[in-house]
Design a protein around this ligand. Structure first.
Ligand code: C2E
Ligand code: SIN
Ligand code: SIN
Ligand code: SIN
Ligand code: FE
Ligand code: FE
Length: 509
């Protein structure tokens, strides 16, 4: 016991200094002397700068318990005869078949030459070597250890490469699911840790030069940071980061290439579109070449995705502003400063969100509902801007705006326009079937159509227009309830009631 302590202390020092974990070796043998000798003769063994660390079991049963909870063992020196004639072989079978541990290298050791295991056992249980216990000389053991540990090391390299590949595919698809640049950048940082199985802290920054979606044109901005860095940063300014991080980032930007130290990695990527993105990570442990290769591969893919995402955000921004301009132009023929289209969009988006639509669907709904009245471009000015009530013929013309809007929007196959066409067509249908243009009833009206009807009337009542004064919001909400089950889908009116505060919020801005 006291021997062990001295021995352990001696070994702990170089392990800690080098920072490389020891090779884990399990000795399973019912003869204590075998443990002693093995430990003694191998005490100064080292491979790839890593020492040995032994775990000792004196029966197959004890070894099962140890193996069931540990996956770090590289080599097992396994006695064949222990509590039973075949206890060692049974354990080998258990390791390969039940635990499914195909990596650990197994060296069988028998007391007598006559106990050689059958060829079938060596083949099926992937036994590396078979030695007689009389071969416990240092020279022989060293050969066995080198062969076994090298085989284990190579197996683990393959395993890591395979795992790394799988993780990088998973990580990239996770990242590609991000809805916006910031979410994307956070996902990148999270996935880097997952990918390398290391605890790292870091940040993502970008300098956008080609697109206008981001207001950061020409300036480096931090998009996301892990906890350690987010605490250092008060805003997106790179200037607030620690000097060493700033230097690493500056160097990458200057050299236009990635660089790394023992524990840090600064990835630099310039996309085809000309934006530059950076990822800076610092790790607790030194990162090896494989990890670096994986980081580089991952980051390259991330840069490509980033470009696509920028383009998408830019497209969305252009789409939104076009729609706002157009719908505003229509409305301004009637009311100089109407926010009606946007508010209908916001209300419809709110309701879709409360119904559980995804963020993406909510945004689709917002844009599509904004377009509900585009058919009014076809309505002559004298009708559209008439200060008083419409006569019967004017009213017939006015009602065509639903079908006209549908016809206009149906020319496009884009998702947002398909949804907008449906909304334009159905936003004046009534739940009880008395609406226009088709007289659809209840569920025959699409959900987006029913949502738009509630949003349109609520906002129309709450806003001033050329033919009426604005109603107080509370009265407009009362009107919805009066018409619940007549004009409106009762479940949507209930939804509005349940989220009255959110509705009121839309009118505070
Ligand atoms: P809008 O201004 O967007 O109004 C949408 C819907 O809100 C209307 O659909 C109606 O259901 C409801 N709404 C608006 N104001 C009132 C109101 O004072 N009382 C009540 N009970 N409901 C109201 P609707 O009736 O199918 O009208 C469609 C569009 O026709 C309106 O869009 C507006 O552009 C136009 N319009 C309707 N009535 C008049 C009118 O008296 N004069 C003029 N110039 N235009 C009108
Ligand atoms: C070590 O910690 O590596 C030695 C302990 C032992 O062999 O039992
Ligand atoms: C370096 O960054 O170049 C050395 C220090 C470290 O790797 O963290
Ligand atoms: C929606 O109804 O909220 C949008 C449906 C879609 O995703 O196309
Ligand atoms: Fe309308
Ligand atoms: Fe409207």
């Amino acid at each position: 016991m006291s021997d062990d302590l001295v021995f352990s202390d001696e070994q702990a020092e170089p392990i800690a200094r080098k920072g490389l974990p020891a090779w884990q070796v399990l000795v399973v043998d019912d003869e204590p002397a075998v443990h002693e000798v093995t430990k003694l003769v191998m005490s100064d063994f080292e491979m790839d700068g890593r020492r040995l660390e032994f775990t000792h079991c004196y029966s197959a049963t004890e070894a099962r318990t140890v193996l069931a909870t540990r996956s770090d063992i590289a080599l097992i020196l396994l006695d064949v005869v222990m509590e039973s004639e075949h206890a060692g072989l049974e354990l080998a079978r258990y390791i390969r078949e039940e635990l499914g541990n195909l990596n650990v290298r197994i060296i069988l050791r028998t007391g007598q030459p006559g106990q050689a295991p059958e060829e079938q056992v060596i083949r099926d249980y992937d036994i590396n070597d078979y030695k007689e216990k009389t071969d416990l000389t240092r020279r022989k053991l060293i050969t066995v250890f080198y062969a076994g540990l090298r085989a284990y090391r190579d197996l683990m390299r393959i395993e890591h490469a395979r795992l790394g590949l799988r993780r990088s595919i998973e990580a990239i698809s996770q990242v590609c699911d991000s809805r916006n640049l910031r979410g994307f950048a956070s996902a990148v940082l999270e996935q880097v840790n997952f990918l390398l199985d290391l605890n790292g802290e870091g940040l993502c920054a970008s300098r956008v030069s080609a697109y206008t979606a981001n207001s950061t044109e020409g300036q480096l901005k931090v998009l996301a940071a892990t906890e350690a860095y987010s605490q250092l940063m008060v805003d997106e300014e790179v200037g607030n980061l620690p000097r060493s991080v700033q230097d690493a980032i500056a160097r990458a930007l200057l050299e236009k290439t990635s660089h790394h130290g023992e524990r840090h990695y600064a990835g630099y990527f310039k996309t085809k579109a000309g934006s530059e993105s950076l990822i800076y990570m610092e790790f607790d442990e030194p990162i090896n070449d494989q990890a670096r290769e994986l980081l580089e591969l991952f980051s390259r893919n991330v840069a490509i995705t980033y470009d696509g995402l920028l383009l998408r955000e830019d497209n969305q921004a252009v789409q939104r502003s076009t729609i706002t301009l157009l719908s505003g132009a229509i409305e301004r023929r009637c009311n100089e400063s109407s926010l009606h289209p946007q508010r209908v969009g916001d209300l419809a988006a709110l309701l879709a969100g409360k119904l559980g639509a995804s963020d993406h669907e909510v945004e689709l709904m917002r844009v599509a509902a904004t377009l509900h009245d585009v058919g009014k471009v076809c309505i002559p000015d004298h009708i559209l801007t008439k200060p008083g009530p419409l006569d019967a013929q004017e009213w017939e013309t006015m009602k065509t705006h639903a079908s006209e809007g549908h016809a206009l929007l149906s020319r496009s196959r884009s998702r947002v326009h398909v949804l907008a066409a449906q909304i334009a067509h159905e936003h004046h249908e009534h739940w009880d079937g008395t609406g226009y243009p088709q007289g659809l009833k209840a569920d025959a009206i699409s959900l987006p159509g029913r949502i738009a009807a509630v949003a349109d009337v609520l906002d129309s009542l709450a806003s001033a227009s050329c033919y009426k004064k604005a109603w107080p919001l509370a009265e407009a909400l009362d009107y919805l309830n009066t018409e619940s089950g007549r004009h409106f889908d009762p479940s949507l009116v209930a939804l509005v009631n349940a989220h009255r505060a959110d509705v009121e919020n839309i009118y505070k801005n």
